[in-house]
Design a binder for this molecule. Structure first.
Ligand code: FAD
Ligand code: NDP
Length: 522
């Protein structure tokens, strides 16, 4: 009877049709009992990848626990269940991005006849912050309820390994909960880096803090020139805060550099200031409580300025320090805090897998973590064999001018296949909706990087302009399906949209013809 009850616990919660999976579940249950493990799977880290993996695993009948624990930021910021994306990443960022776009839209609305007092626009930071926070709290709550409904055991504890089948959760009150398990998935993500300069840790903030600042940011220095830096600088500037970005080398490393320069130029046109080829050397508190930042240029010139907020967006470090990986025999990628895995996300220890931002050399994006997490669960518990394909993952920088892309940059395509084998189609365009408010269209640009010969398989698509994320999402599927220039140009567009420009690309870079239409780019 005890056996029956235990077995029923495995299948009843997920409502599976018993006949289809019973043998599979039965075998797994017996195997767990024989091996004396309490769980089929323990996931360390309840963010995008970990939660997706855990939920998928229970859907296939596994007994699963998820450990999630958030250490406060050096400034004391804490948050709830769901990981970086929900609490201090994609979601608050997208909401602030939307607030920035709305501010711009009010100016345009006047040209369309709306009676708005556009000269007295002012963002109320506390209202925005509070509403963003409320949304995040509601997502935290829904996530918790979802885990409970799906019978994923959620443990609010910091996980570490005792051995390869034993994970210990250190609870808030410092008591320890020991869990034995057949498999472990490490999904601990990362946290922002601080530079090793005086005052950085004491006075600086990161993306962990910026979305929940109790007082408005004021004049802000953003250090770094990649996704997070440009996105945060973009919305802060749009909110009316004096914003400077300190750039160590190039913009958006790894992205198509023509597009990256365009994103930065658009930000500069909107008022963001740039300190090029410069790094900070110290942050000090002034007598009136502001922050004096000293900096050095690549030529060795010293400078300083006073800010209200200093935001470091200089990359992230994987959270592997607390895991005591050596107890399980798991090795880090040499010289890194990240984990190297094989093509089924398996670490060097057979029963231990890893997913998401903790992985070496993989895109640090939420949908990547989610997809890979689900596939691990399906392979472990549903007999699936599909592997994660990390190629051609579409992404967008919300800066707030959006830059979306999928596939190779122009320079990477040329480096990989040679200049003679690569053709680049490009165009500036003028979105219809830009005409009435006479919006600057200098930065509405797109290009397709393709092979020069045959049907011209598309290697990369790049788009700067309105709703780039939405535009590139669909084209991402097409690229995955082997899109060619021939297919692209044979696709009938939707008029009048900006995305349709991709279907009428006709000018190649090699032709030297001007990609600017007559009505564009004033
Ligand atoms: P995480 O979501 O970071 O989750 C890991 C969880 O594990 C955390 O809750 C952590 O506290 C917990 N943890 C760590 N160590 C332990 C331990 N020992 N025990 C228990 N729990 C532990 N991606 C996009 O796709 N689109 C975007 O627009 C986007 N915007 C972003 C904006 C910002 C500002 C940032 C910082 C990131 C953004 N990202 C975006 C990236 C995205 O957030 C990450 O790729 C994604 O969250 C990674 O998921 P993960 O599961 O690997 O880790
Ligand atoms: P990145 O690692 O992408 O970039 C770090 C930036 O900081 C670079 O510009 C780098 O310059 C600079 N930098 C590094 N160290 C220093 C230093 N000591 N002093 C000054 N500058 C320094 O990190 P991010 O934090 O921007 O983003 C992390 C990840 O989060 C991204 O890879 C992305 O996958 C994800 N993300 C996704 C978003 C989206 O999908 N829209 C949005 C935000 C984040 P250099 O080039 O010289 O090395």
């Amino acid at each position: 009877m005890a056996f029956f009850n235990l077995f029923r616990r495995q299948i009843a919660p997920v409502g599976l049709v018993v006949t289809t999976n019973i043998n599979h579940l039965h075998r797994r249950f017996l195997s767990r009992l024989q091996e004396n493990f309490e769980y089929d799977l323990v996931v360390i880290g309840g963010g995008s990848g970990g939660l997706a993996c855990a939920k998928e695993a229970v859907a296939h009948g596994a007994k699963v626990a998820v450990l999630d624990f958030v250490k406060p930021s050096p400034q004391g910021t804490k948050w709830g269940l769901g990981g970086t994306c929900v609490n201090v990443g994609c979601i608050p960022k997208k909401l602030m991005h939307q607030a920035a776009l709305l501010g711009e839209a009010v100016h345009e609305a006047a040209a369309y006849g709306w009676n708005v007092d556009k000269d007295n626009l002012k963002l109320d930071w506390s209202v925005l912050r509070q509403n963003v926070e409320n949304h995040i709290k509601s997502v935290n709550w829904v996530t918790r309820v979802d885990l409970r409904d799906k019978k994923v055991e959620y443990i609010n504890g910091l996980g570490y390994f005792k051995d390869k089948n034993t994970v210990v959760a250190v609870m808030k009150n410092k008591t320890e909960k020991v869990l034995t398990t057949k498999y472990v998935v490490i999904a601990v993500g990362g946290r922002p880096n601080y530079p090793d300069i005086p005052g950085a840790l004491e006075y600086g903030i990161t993306s962990d803090d910026v979305f929940s600042l109790k007082t408005e940011p004021g004049k802000t220095l953003v250090v770094g020139a990649s996704y997070i830096a440009l996105e945060c600088a973009g919305f802060l500037n749009a909110f009316g805060y004096d914003t400077t970005v300190m750039v160590r080398s190039i913009f958006l490393r790894g992205f198509d550099q023509q597009m990256a320069e365009m994103v930065a130029a658009a930000a500069a046109e909107k008022g963001v200031k740039f300190l090029q080829k410069t790094v900070p050397s110290a942050v000090e508190k002034t007598e009136d409580g502001r922050l004096l930042v000293r900096y050095t240029s690549a030529e060795g010139q010293q400078g300083s300025d006073v800010f209200d907020t200093v935001l470091f967006a200089i990359g992230r470090k994987a959270c592997t320090d607390d895991l005591q990986l050596q107890a399980a025999g798991v090795k880090l990628h040499p010289g890194s805090h990240k984990l190297a895995v094989n093509d089924i996300e398996q670490t060097n220890v057979e029963n231990i897998y890893a997913v998401g931002d903790v992985l070496q050399g993989k895109p640090e994006l939420t949908p990547v973590a989610i997809h890979a997490g689900r596939l691990i669960a399906r392979r472990l518990f549903a007999g699936a064999t599909q592997k994660m394909d990390y190629a051609d993952v579409a992404t967008t920088v919300f800066s707030p001018l959006e830059y979306g892309c999928v596939g190779l940059s122009e320079e990477d395509a040329i480096a990989k296949f040679g200049e003679d084998n690569v053709e680049v189609y490009h165009a500036y365009y003028k979105p219809t909706e830009f005409f009435i408010p006479q919006k600057s269209v200098r930065y509405c640009y797109l290009k397709a990087v393709a092979f020069k010969s045959g049907d011209q398989k598309v290697l990369g698509l790049h788009y700067v302009g309105p709703v780039a994320g939405e535009v590139i999402q669909g084209f991402g599927a097409a690229v995955k399906a082997g899109l060619t220039i021939k297919i692209l140009l044979n696709t009938v567009g939707i008029h009048p949209t900006t995305a349709e420009e991709f279907t009428r690309l006709s000018i190649t870079k090699s032709s030297g013809l001007d990609p600017t239409p007559a009505t564009c780019c004033s």
